[in-house]
Ligand binder design. Structure first.
Ligand code: SDX
Length: 375
């Protein structure tokens, strides 16, 4: 039966609340974090300063940054029980399941788990942000049959992440590229995983429950899982000369082309130019020009046929591959970055809360009698 009310499937275009954390503006194809253009932040500000900005609304002073850095570096080490839990999870499960399980376990052990005061929420947000690189790096290494690498407190967030993932002193060019990706992935208004975190928070459940739910939402290939799927697409196509044939075949079988399209941006994702130049830096650094040939050919072919442009996951996937990450680790990298945006939204939701509970229009059977007890 056709619904009588106006249904907005997928809540497309529905303004569910206000937020001061970021502004996604499709009309100008721009993204502001607390008023600052994201491309300027990616070029000039550290991810540590962006984390502070998202949580507190202002960039940190030198002392505020020093205090946050001290706390972050002290919170990088995985508690032994969480480490043990990760090591005994089957490597057949997806690394996103490991992230989800680790956050759940961290919450069960966090003495402030049920404390929703502003101080406790900020402390939990920082601890979750600080420890995720250890979770992601350990999981990649155990899948490779390598031992975990302990964090180093003489390295910044991004350099330490690379150190733990690969057990080698990271090159400055790679640290710079990785850090730019962390800034670009950090926050994006009411995307599906962030809105999931807000729905969970709106019942006054705790931050770890909200983040666990957000990780579940981000795993899907229509959302965070797309960056992993882009790399798989690149490997399936192989080289630029096969891109058009592959695309036409995929479109003919009604496939969604991963890394393309966006619910809000309709003529390009504001973050792509910056991430595309990061990819270009990595292509140059590793001497892999074929990647850009394939990237540009597929982008052009998709635009010509569907008038659809790339989203952030399209350049991010191949860039992470060049940096050396396993493909199934790409979305956990997104988790590590988006931990900042998710927790900022959890705190904002709690500060001006209303239970998120929409209605639906019933289209099941009309009321009817339960069969008598004649049986
Ligand atoms: C992220 O919300 C956010 O901000 C998310 C994110 C963030 O920072 O948090 O930006 C991160 O999740 C980016 C998106 C990553 N996902 C993918 O790359 C997966 C592939 N993309 C598509 O599934 C799609 O573009 C979505 C899900 C991203 C958006 O889809 P919408 O807004 O629901 O639009 P739609 O699926 O209804 O598509 C409209 C039309 C359809 O054609 P018709 O069926 O009407 O003929 O465009 C077509 C779609 O088939 N289309 C695509 C396509 N995207 C849209 N066709 C092929 N390939 C695509 N990628």
């Amino acid at each position: 039966a056709t619904p009588t009310s106006e249904i907005r499937k997928g809540l497309a275009g529905v303004v569910a609340d206000t937020s001061a954390i970021s502004k996604v503006n499709p009309a100008t194809n721009s993204l502001l974090y607390r008023g600052y253009p994201v491309q300027d932040l990616a070029a000039r500000v550290s991810f540590e300063e962006v984390a502070y900005l998202l949580w507190h609304g202002e960039l940190p002073t030198a002392e505020q940054l020093a205090e946050q850095t001290r706390a972050e570096r002290a919170a990088r080490t995985l508690p032994d029980d969480v480490k043990a839990a990760i090591l005994e999870l089957p490597t057949a499960c997806h690394p996103m399941d490991v992230c989800r399980t680790a956050v759940s376990q961290l919450g069960a052990h966090d003495p402030q788990a049920e404390d929703s005061s502003v101080e406790a929420e900020l402390a939990k947000a920082l601890r979750l942000w600080a420890v995720m690189p250890s979770v992601v790096a350990l999981d990649q290494r155990r899948r490779r049959g390598e031992l975990g690498v302990e964090p180093r407190d003489d390295l910044g967030y991004s350099a330490n992440f690379l150190w733990m993932a690969f057990g080698a002193e990271p090159e400055p060019a790679v640290v710079k590229a990785f850090e730019a990706s962390m800034v670009l992935y950090a926050e994006h208004s009411f995307n599906a995983s962030t809105f999931t975190a807000r729905v969970i928070t709106s019942t006054l459940a705790d931050m770890h429950s909200a983040v666990t739910g957000a990780i579940g939402a981000l795993k899907g290939p229509l959302h965070g899982g797309a960056n992993e799927a882009v790399q798989e697409t690149f490997e399936e196509i192989g080289s630029a000369d096969r891109a058009v044939a592959w695309l036409e075949d995929a479109l003919a079988s009604k496939k969604k082309i991963m890394g393309f399209g966006h619910r809000v941006y309709k003529n390009g994702d504001s973050r792509v130019p910056t991430m595309r130049s990061v990819l270009g830096d990595m292509v140059e650094h590793y001497g892999e020009p074929g990647v850009l040939d394939l990237y540009d050919t597929l982008e052009q072919a998709m635009f010509e046929r569907k008038n659809i442009r790339p989203n952030l996951d399209y350049p991010a996937g191949p860039a992470y591959h060049l940096m050396g990450f396993d493909t199934n680790i790409f979305t956990p990298l997104f988790v590590a970055s988006r931990m900042t945006g998710w927790t900022a939204h959890v705190m904002e939701q709690r500060a001006a809360n209303a239970l998120i509970r929409p209605v639906c229009e019933y289209n099941g059977p009309e009321q009817r009698e339960v069969p008598g007890s004649a049986r």
